[in-house]
Design a protein around this ligand. Structure first.
Ligand SMILES: [Zn+2]
Length: 362
């Protein structure tokens, strides 16, 4: 049976934490004064933010000196900064004698992202919509999240329904695929095809993997409870090497081919989308530089013109306002207005906010 696939982006986490003093940030919020003040821990980073290599990079390469802003770091896109540090390290490191500081800045940025994501989503006391959404899930529904935070893990746990529990444990199976010998059957594989999955397509702060790339745990992350504060403190149980949070770093050249886990998550997402009856996109705009994510959405189409897909409705929930270009881009990627794509035209529903979507559907 085909189910609903929910796609969650940064806008979904933002909506879920909106009542907090510091909600989970969007790409342009990370360097706002209040986030730096709260999440740059001098002791952990070994220096004050303004003395750090990261601060040097931001002020040297990103700040518009002519800007009249009181806080010139505000509105700098974190993906732009990470992409710069990443391509500098890979391509342009001969361009500056300060190359070692660039690498330090990249590591500081990585650590800062983890802190901000962890503590803005930390033990949410009152769910605004994810818990209700998770309580209504059926066994065939899937969730694809682009977010690194643990809000979805918390909501699935609180929902306490059987489908929600199964969805949460489906991530454990993706992380550590079963290796015991068994005889396969077609029926079981069909069942798996239609079973719901929790897919963390860009990784998450509650997944850690081994830094040793010849270790089994390099490609198969440990999955931690969302309440664990510093899982990467532990070394790998398979080989003793250090571990780190498994997140797909936010740069333009990121790819799902870096290891088995990411490749599998992306393929599973494409598979679930191709058998979905309904797709709901909440707070994700499939930006142009997320090339593989965009391709994943396109893969949800039929690959011939003689059959018909289950898909009958696509809902777009943009927590700010549903913008015309945003709707057009997603409709085109899924093929909503192309009857070849799914064998028929697909209904498109637009919601300006999560509230509006929840009122209409739950
Ligand atoms: Zn290891």
């Amino acid at each position: 049976m085909a189910g609903t696939v929910y796609i969650l982006g940064a806008g979904a986490s933002r909506a879920e934490t909106l009542k907090l003093t510091l909600p989970t940030p969007l790409v342009n919020d990370f360097f706002s004064e209040q986030y730096i003040k709260k999440f740059w821990y001098d002791l952990d980073f070994g220096c004050k933010f303004t003395k750090s290599e990261l601060y040097f990079i931001l002020t040297q390469y990103f700040v518009d000196r002519g800007s009249s802003r009181d806080h010139p770091l505000e509105n700098i896109n974190i993906e732009e900064v990470y992409s710069f540090l990443h391509s500098f390290g890979n391509v342009f490191s001969g361009r500056s004698y300060r190359r070692d500081e660039f690498e330090v800045a990249r590591r500081q940025l990585h650590k800062y992202i983890i802190y901000v994501v962890r503590y803005t989503s930390w033990k949410l006391e009152r769910s605004i919509f994810l818990k209700s959404l998770c309580s209504k899930l059926n066994f065939s529904d899937s969730i694809i999240t682009f977010n690194w935070d643990t809000l979805i893990d918390q909501a699935l746990e609180e929902a306490e329904t059987k489908p929600a529990k199964e969805l949460a444990s489906s991530l454990h199976l993706s992380a550590s695929p079963e290796r015991r010998p068994r005889r396969e059957s077609d029926n079981e594989w069909v069942e798996q095809l239609h079973a719901g999955r929790l897919i963390k397509i860009h990784g998450a702060i509650n997944l850690t993997h081994c830094k040793n790339n010849s270790c089994y745990r390099h490609d198969n992350p440990y999955v931690w409870a969302h309440s664990e504060e510093s899982p990467s403190h532990w070394s790998c149980q398979e080989c003793g090497s250090p571990t780190q949070e498994m997140i797909l770093s936010p740069h333009g050249a990121k790819t799902y081919t870096t290891n088995r886990f990411f490749r599998m998550q992306a393929n599973m997402a494409a598979e679930k989308l191709s058998v979905a009856e309904k797709i709901v996109v909440i707070g994700y705009s499939f930006p142009t530089f997320d090339i593989e994510a965009r391709s994943m959405l396109r893969c949800s189409r039929l690959d011939d013109r003689y059959s018909e897909a289950w898909l009958n409705e696509v809902s777009i929930v943009d927590p700010s306002v549903v913008r015309e270009e945003h709707v057009k881009a997603i409709s085109n990627l899924i093929g909503v207005d192309n009857d070849y794509a799914h064998g028929h035209l697909v209904k498109l529903s637009l919601y300006k906010s999560v509230d509006e979507f929840m009122r209409a559907n739950f």
